[in-house]
Design a protein around this ligand. Sequence first.
Ligand SMILES: Nc1ncnc2c1ncn2[C@@H]1O[C@H](COP(=O)(O)OP(=O)(O)OP(=O)(O)O)[C@@H](O)[C@H]1O
Ligand SMILES: [Mg+2]
Length: 305
Amino acid sequence: MRIQAEHLSYTYNPGSPFASAALKDVSLTVEEGEFFGIIGHTGSGKSTFVQHLNALLRVPTSLKKYHKKRKDPPSDTVLKVGEFDLTDKKTDFNALRSKVGMVMQYPEYQLFAETVFEDVAFGFKNFAPEKPTKEQVENAVRDALTIVGLDYEEVKEMSPFDLSGGQKRRVAIAGVIVTKPEILVLDEPAAGLDPLGKQEVMELLHRLHASWCRTIIIVSHDMDEIAENCTRVAVFSDGEVKYVLPPKELFTHAEELLALGLDVPLTAKVCLALKQYGIDLKCDFTTEDFLQKTLALAGKGGASA
Ligand SMILES: Nc1ncnc2c1ncn2[C@@H]1O[C@H](COP(=O)(O)OP(=O)(O)OP(=O)(O)O)[C@@H](O)[C@H]1O
Ligand SMILES: [Mg+2]
């Protein structure tokens, strides 16, 4: 399923003194099969954008009618996820939500059940079109816990609160992917975890991308994570999309990104510094490529530089 947003705007508390324009005329397409990244400074609209993708936030339909009455209607908003038209209030939003899984920031805070099994099963029962049998629930929960890297027999009867931080995060992710959504959206999936926990979550996302979820979208503050993992990246700034590029093209704009108050991967910082000495590494900003090109340069007698 392809995601297509055109001229999408969103204001919190419209018409009140607290009105806050969080998205301003955003146009963005995510193709099926991508591992897509979204970056931007605090308050730039990243969460507001992704919450539209499974209709947690709705395109105001009254706005559509209002626009039609105007003599000079502004360009019409488009928001489509596959065949689902999210600007149409008759759309089957439950069906949409079974296809677009959303993992919010710090999802482990939303764990609530007495056992890990019950927590993951809740996600499944919630979206199953008909009442599933006990066996169907069990199979789905076992598969979901296994793919997130947990031992089903070991954790199923445990309280989620007795798990480590990284394990809790994985249980929370299991509760979303248990319906095998085609698109998986995660808001800061690795935030707050230790380096090993981060690595495990990223490995898990690649495992899911290769099997259950055709398209993955992550919101991240971590530029190294973006450079290492994403096919393309959108940069949000003050509710607008500034760039949509593959990381290896995006991080050639290191200076502009730093000026926007964003960090860039360590590799991009070093490349920028080397440029001042007339050395252009032409690397794709992944650690592996960076090391290869630096070592090749050193081998050619460029080590003094
Ligand atoms: N529930 C809300 N009510 C009012 N304003 C909000 C609400 N949520 C977000 N905003 C405002 O909308 C703008 C965009 O917020 P959003 O949460 O989408 O940014 P973000 O890029 O996800 O930020 P962060 O990196 O801090 O998570 C900000 O100005 C924010 O203050
Ligand atoms: Mg956010």
